[in-house]
Design a protein around this ligand. Structure first.
Ligand code: GLC
Length: 447
């Protein structure tokens, strides 16, 4: 009988048809739109207080002639990602699909439907499809000016809201979401973005009621009942979405219950293509962030920003390739894995060298060695549970011994370890992978 472990009981639960999400652990975010041509952050329109008329000049020049959905889907798959999330419309309002309620789209300007192209490519690779959709719309004439809107500093800014009617915008928003949820087959994940339910500088923020969040969520539940929905409508969804920071532990709700979470992260601080921004995270850091995420029970949604022609920039491509190289050898410690059993993790912690991060999948415990220790890893409190130990990248056995608790540390003999400690013996040379991993085969805890 396969050993069972209590860790599953601690996992927050999605509905069965949504469980692919926590199994996947790793996905690709794609930010692409008119701002990719500006090449200085996807918020360029509001950062530079650009008028709609001026911003629209990108429509004429923006030509994603090098946007290759199949190549992107393949790159995601090769990186070990299990799902892909595309910006259907960002805050600038420009649609990447053929919208019946708007001409402000790539379908009108270039005769393309990038949502359709990507949906097909993603499914062909056996990946899940997520759609990001901006609740905010700086192009729509009825979307009211507020403290993040490009027109906020106009001399007559407040007067601009006379005649703007959020009810009309809401109709448009719901109509576009309906199109996306009816025209592209099964959608696995809907990422709305975002609600800012606070007032500032004499401006009213945007609240769940501005989107009629309840009705929008109900629309998703009706049209795509299996879809996982995020929390940025401003009302609870299926998961929470920390952005640009790593939570310091498993995430919980206010009552202390574990919740499903996904950290979305950039490669260089910008979501959209940002030509002159070279603040790229090192690929080794990205691997450590992925491991850190899984060890805390979360998902990592890692972003790329295709350039003004839709091509994946070399740095983005290289980062995905480096992750893929690590995942090729270590996917077992990520896919379907989560935090280690709490009792085991607590017992192990005091004996482990610095920088060991644990994940577990069923009867396998994974020790990610962020810093390569010299010689020994002492596994306290494991009793007889470790059946076998190996390095994961090459499947090479690691010897293990028990150091007599009564043994004194002396010239060449290490000190004894508490009863129940198993000591692993590591080679001196650090394996040439971004993060070396030890895989332990565990037996079930004694009754
Ligand atoms: C945000 C930003 C944004 C980005 C997103 C990703 O809230 O407004 O530009 O698309 O989060 O999570």
């Amino acid at each position: 009988m396969p050993p069972t472990h209590p860790s599953a009981a601690h996992a927050p639960s999605l509905r069965p048809e949504q469980s692919w999400f926590t199994e996947a652990r790793f996905g690709l975010f794609i930010h692409f739109g008119l701002y990719s041509a500006a090449a200085r952050h996807e918020w360029v329109m509001t950062r530079e207080r650009t008028t709609v008329e001026r911003y629209e000049r990108y429509v004429d020049v923006f030509d994603p002639d090098l946007f290759d959905a199949r190549a992107i889907a393949r790159a995601a798959k090769d990186a070990g990602m299990r799902y892909v999330v595309l910006t259907t419309k960002h805050h600038d309002g420009f649609a990447l699909w053929d919208s019946a309620v708007s001409d402000y789209s790539i379908a009108t300007s270039r005769g393309r439907d990038l949502v359709a192209e990507l949906a097909e490519a993603v499914r062909a690779e056996g990946l899940r499809l997520g759609l990001y959709h901006s609740l905010i719309d700086w192009h729509h004439p009825d979307f009211t000016v507020d403290h993040v809107h490009p027109r906020r500093d106009d001399p007559d800014a407040h007067a601009l809201n006379d005649g703007r009617d959020m009810a009309r915008y809401r109709e448009y928003l719901h109509a576009q979401v309906r199109e996306l949820l009816t025209g592209y087959g099964a959608i696995d994940y809907v990422f709305f973005d975002f609600t800012y339910a606070y007032d500032a500088d004499d401006w009213r923020g945007k609240y769940p009621e501005d989107w009629d969040a309840e009705r929008l969520l109900a629309l998703v539940r009706e049209l795509q009942p299996q879809a996982v929905v995020n929390d940025r409508l401003g009302i609870p969804g299926d998961l929470v979405t920390p952005e640009q920071y790593q939570p310091d532990g498993p995430m919980r709700d206010a009552d202390g219950n574990l919740v499903v979470w996904e950290a979305c992260q950039t490669l260089n601080g910008s979501w959209g293509y940002d030509r002159d921004n070279t603040a790229f995270k090192d690929p080794d850091l990205l691997v450590r962030m992925l491991v850190d995420t899984v060890s805390k029970g979360g998902n990592l949604l890692l972003n790329i920003g295709p350039d003004g022609r839709g091509s994946v920039p070399p740095r983005d491509r290289d980062s995905l390739a480096a992750l893929g190289e690590w995942m090729r050898l270590h996917a077992r410690s990520v896919h379907g894995a989560g935090p280690a059993e709490p009792a085991l993790a607590d017992a192990l912690a005091p004996g482990l060298p610095p920088g060991v991060v644990l994940t577990q999948r069923g009867d396998r415990l994974y020790l990610h060695l962020f810093a390569w220790p010299f010689g020994h890893v002492h596994l306290r409190g494991v009793g007889d549970r470790v059946r076998y130990a190996q390095l994961l990248h090459d499947g090479s056995e690691l010897h293990s011994t028990r150091i007599d608790p009564d043994q004194q540390a002396w010239n060449t003999t290490p000190g004894g370890q508490p009863p129940g400690t198993l000591t692993l013996h590591l080679p001196a040379g650090r394996p040439d992978v971004a993060v070396p991993v030890v895989e332990l085969f565990l037996d079930a805890p004694p009754e």
